[in-house]
Design a protein around this ligand. Structure first.
Ligand code: FES
Length: 313
């Protein structure tokens, strides 16, 4: 009968503890040692060879040594063993009649020298990385370049102020823009902004008595909309989820508003959210008006769905 985990361990004179682990010889596939956990806190477990076992019963392992000799057996070192589930030894479990628990086999000598093994593993990885670097670098640079491309700060001419006939009325200006999406070829896309000639109260609501600065990807200021220039341009994308919105007369409200049909966000002429799920006001973009009335904008875009403006284009 093989010793069982949790069996009591008796020396010739008294009981000394219990079997906490069983160690198996991977070659003979027989139990080579038992580990005895002894009564008393802080008493180290001892590793007792199977040859010291006198008899095994259902719940007791009897040793043929007196308790006074137990200390001559080596202290058990868990890091020198692995459980039988961590190694693949053919048919090992067929030979065992030990209840499931902590059944161990010794860690091979080579495996114990972890520092040496780790050193050689790391060295191999380092050499591999050095060899691969010249091949991988150009690919990585190509793949990652679009992620760090600077924003497009080109001024785009979108029309003339002579289209704007009244104050505080949104007028849509459509324009075409050449864009280059990551690895796609250049393409021309249709875009739009809403421009209005703001009355002083609306201008105050937009600028809150402060000029509005716009920044590039490095944080440097690329343009400042002056608070005393009456022309205001809003990005054509709703800050909620980026849909296009319209300027609408709503008789029920007795006023005109910007209305986004996607989820019914409503903004007033200053871009302020009057209703709906939009997390922030409409996004003003850089605008300048030439003396002949030509309007130019920078097509700045911000991440949709966030309270704070985060520039993405
Ligand atoms: S995208 Fe405009 S309200 Fe949702």
């Amino acid at each position: 009968m093989q010793p069982k985990l949790k069996s009591k361990v008796r020396c010739t004179d008294r009981e000394v503890g219990e079997v906490t682990r069983v160690i198996v010889d991977p070659l003979s596939r027989e139990v080579s040692h038992i580990v005895v956990g002894r009564n008393g806190a802080g008493v180290p477990e001892r590793q007792i060879p199977a040859s010291t076992i006198e008899a095994v019963t259902d719940d007791t392992v009897e040793l043929r040594a007196p308790s006074s000799e137990l200390n001559q057996f080596p202290v058990f070192r868990r890091d020198e063993y692995v459980t039988i589930h961590e190694v693949e030894i053919a048919h090992l479990e067929d030979h065992l009649h030990v209840q499931p628990g902590e059944v161990l086999v010794p860690l091979p000598e080579l495996e114990r020298n972890v520092k040496r093994r780790t050193f050689f593993t790391n060295l191999t990885h380092a050499i591999g990385a050095l060899i691969a670097l010249p091949l991988v670098y150009p690919v990585l640079r190509y793949v990652m370049k679009p992620m760090y491309a600077p924003f497009d700060n080109r001024w785009l001419k979108i029309g003339n102020v002579n289209r704007i006939k009244a104050d505080d009325v949104g007028v849509q200006f459509k324009f075409k823009k050449t864009v280059k999406e990551a690895f796609m070829p250049e393409a021309e896309v249709d875009k739009n902004v809403w421009v209005l000639k703001a009355s002083p109260p609306v201008l105050e609501e937009v600028y809150k008595s402060k000029d509005m600065e716009f920044r590039d990807h490095t944080g440097g200021v690329i343009w400042t909309n002056k608070r005393d220039v009456p022309y205001v341009a809003y990005s054509g994308k709703c800050p909620h989820l980026g849909c296009g919105y319209k300027w609408r007369n709503v008789p029920k409200l007795g006023r005109q508003i910007f209305l986004c049909p996607c989820h019914l966000s409503i903004y007033d002429a200053s871009g302020k959210v009057l209703d709906g799920p939009a997390p922030r006001p409409l996004d003003p973009v850089p605008i300048r008006v030439a003396t002949n009335g030509d309007i130019e904008i920078i097509d700045v875009e911000y991440k949709a769905g966030t309270k704070v403006q985060t520039r993405i284009v």
